[in-house]
Design a protein around this ligand. Structure first.
Ligand SMILES: NC(=O)C1=CN([C@@H]2O[C@H](COP(=O)(O)OP(=O)(O)OC[C@H]3O[C@@H](n4cnc5c(N)ncnc54)[C@H](OP(=O)(O)O)[C@@H]3O)[C@@H](O)[C@H]2O)C=CC1
Ligand SMILES: CC(=O)C(=O)O
Ligand SMILES: [Mg+2]
Length: 532
């Protein structure tokens, strides 16, 4: 049935309907065929679904119900009651006790900008990957869209737009609204892990700094992306060290894009250089050159830099300022080029071929999502570098067949979907007070070390998606072990486990599976109730 649907969006709608009517079958299919289904429930198709969310909304969930919790500014006076009353379609007849919530305000959905309430596809998509990738029980997931309005003119004028038709509020109203929502969530569900997803950068950093040491939370775009890209880069650095003799300390990394994702990734990589290669903070910081829409970020550029850009602003540019990427490449001579700019095609053939002149094996990660926003495709990267590129992208690109030799090259996918499911499962099981930087760092290392000898032999930077549950078990175990070492774990069961193998076994045994959960598909009665 799925394969008979002609367009990706039709497939997305079909899968949403299946999930809401026969959850076990949906997850059996998703777990068995994740490589085919991930691009439908997640990037790139989820981007298209979000752009059209208000139009397809009636076809996703049964009439009279919704597949996530929508909260608006108007709900704040009754927030606890509204949270308490919410029942998911994919819920059960009894109580609802979610373990993980993914919350967005729709202000920066993938690289597509402010989509307002239409961004709900993202929390829903992420939580499906928690289930498929790490075995979180689907009945314990809570997608939330905090509707604070939108500054997207198109949606404000669209009669079918399902969100609040007002522009976004001022900073005080914003932070106070988030405060009230988080307080409401914790009053009703005290142990809930809250993942922030796809918030505009300034707010993403503002909220992370405000809550990271107070509640069980993380920001996936800053920390999840930081961990997953560090992991791929560790393997890329090992590869070019052994094949091209580039010493790790000699890397120079240009970030094209300087938002939440880029700064999150730079922060993680910096920790790696300081921890593993004994570089000082100042030496490690100097590995990076960040570029935003105005050019290379320097202290003397003359504009007021956003807070999150200040730390990496260069002070060694001798007054020189650069706007064009080709000029920046000539000036920095980078060994690594990372794209987190949502700027389609920015890594053009001139940039890529120059990188190949400078490096035997240039490392190029065009990470923007969905594929329509990527800085280059795998094919372009291979052709412009004479196949020498070490590559990973945010959305999966198809394999490249060399026209001369017929050899097939498989690209890496550097997407936070390799990290957040395992990180979340580890946090649910170890039940720490908060998610620490060390937990994120150990998750990245666990992912980098999770490749099999065969995967490494093929030159891959990330493991096969087919093994995602085993990989998530490694990531979750690393998070649990770090939580114990830091005395943050509050689960007696986890703290009593002695060895790594015992922890991996425990983590694996606690993964929900659509075939082992033999209870009848309890969604049917809820579905019928909603229909009536
Ligand atoms: N692969 C993965 O797992 C992940 C991928 N992403 C993707 O990364 C992208 C960025 O996300 P995020 O950092 O949160 O978004 P932001 O909007 O915060 O950041 C985008 C950055 O790109 C810069 N930029 C925009 N246009 C250009 C241009 N023409 N030249 C140079 N820089 C430019 C912006 O500059 P300025 O600051 O001047 O506006 C800004 O610094 C998105 O596409 C997102 O989908 C995000 C998370 C995970
Ligand atoms: C993958 C992801 O989280 C993003 O593109 O925002
Ligand atoms: Mg995101």
């Amino acid at each position: 049935m799925l394969r008979s649907k002609k367009t990706s969006l039709d497939k997305y709608i079909f899968l949403a309907h299946l999930r809401n009517t026969n959850t076990h079958l949906f997850y059996k299919l998703t777990c068995d065929e994740l490589e085919e289904i991930a691009p439908l429930i997640y990037t790139p198709t989820v981007g298209e679904a979000c752009l059209n969310y208000s139009n397809i909304y009636p076809f996703l969930a049964p009439p009279g119900s919704s597949d996530g919790l929508y909260l608006t500014l108007n709900d704040l006076p009754n927030i606890e009651e509204i949270i308490r009353n919410y029942r998911p379609i994919t819920g059960q007849s009894g109580g609802f006790s979610p373990e993980i919530a993914v919350i967005s305000d729709g202000s920066r959905i993938l690289g597509l900008g402010d989509l307002g309430v239409n961004g709900m596809g993202i929390p829903i998509g992420k939580l499906q990957l928690y289930v498929a990738g790490a075995g979180i029980d689907p009945r314990k997931t809570l997608p939330i869209l905090l509707d604070l309005g939108t500054n997207n003119k198109k949606y404000l004028e669209d009669p079918l737009y399902v969100g609040l038709k007002q522009t976004r509020p001022d900073e005080d109203t914003f932070y106070s609204a988030v405060d009230k929502v988080l307080a409401g969530l914790h009053t009703v569900y005290p142990d809930l892990l809250i993942q922030f997803e796809d918030w505009s950068s300034e707010h993403a950093f503002g909220l992370l700094n405000k809550y990271k040491n107070k509640i069980l939370t993380f920001n996936d775009d800053i920390q999840g992306t930081g961990a997953v890209i560090l992991s791929g880069l560790m393997n890329a650095i090992r590869k070019v060290e052994s094949e091209s003799k580039v010493a790790p300390k000699d890397h120079r990394i240009v970030f094209y894009g300087a938002g939440s994702a880029a700064v999150g990734v730079a922060t993680q990589i910096q920790e790696y250089f300081q921890t593993e290669y004994n570089m000082t903070e100042d030496e490690a910081k100097k590995v990076f050159w960040l570029v935003d829409s105005k050019g290379m970020i320097t202290q003397d550029r003359g504009d007021k830099l956003a807070n999150h850009k200040v730390y990496y602003a260069r002070d060694d540019n001798n007054g020189k300022q650069f706007k064009e990427l080709t000029d920046i490449v000539d000036y920095v001579k980078p060994t690594v080029l990372i794209g987190l700019s949502s700027s389609t095609g920015a890594f053009n053939s001139k940039v890529l071929s120059r990188l190949a002149e400078l490096n035997k094996q240039p490392i190029v990660f065009p990470l923007s999502n969905p594929a329509s926003q990527a800085e280059c495709t795998f094919e372009q990267a291979m052709e412009s570098t004479n196949n020498s590129v070490v590559f990973a992208s945010g959305t999966a690109f198809p394999p490249y067949t060399d026209p001369k030799t017929g050899e097939i090259h498989v690209p890496g996918q550097g997407n936070n979907m390799y990290i957040f499911p395992g990180l979340g499962l580890g946090a649910v099981l170890a039940h720490p007070k908060l998610i620490s930087n060390s937990m994120i760092y150990s998750a990245a290392k666990a992912l980098a070390n999770s490749l099999t000898p065969e995967e490494r032999g093929q030159g891959w930077l990330y493991p096969s998606l087919k093994r995602i549950r085993a990989v998530s078990a490694d990531v979750a175990a690393a998070v649990c072990e770090t939580a114990c070492q830091e005395n943050l774990a509050r689960s007696q069961i986890i703290t009593n486990l002695k060895t790594h193998d015992e922890i991996v076994k425990h983590v694996t045994a606690n993964m929900w599976s659509p075939t082992q959960d033999t209870a009848a598909d309890t969604r049917q009665d809820v579905y019928q109730e909603a229909n009536s």
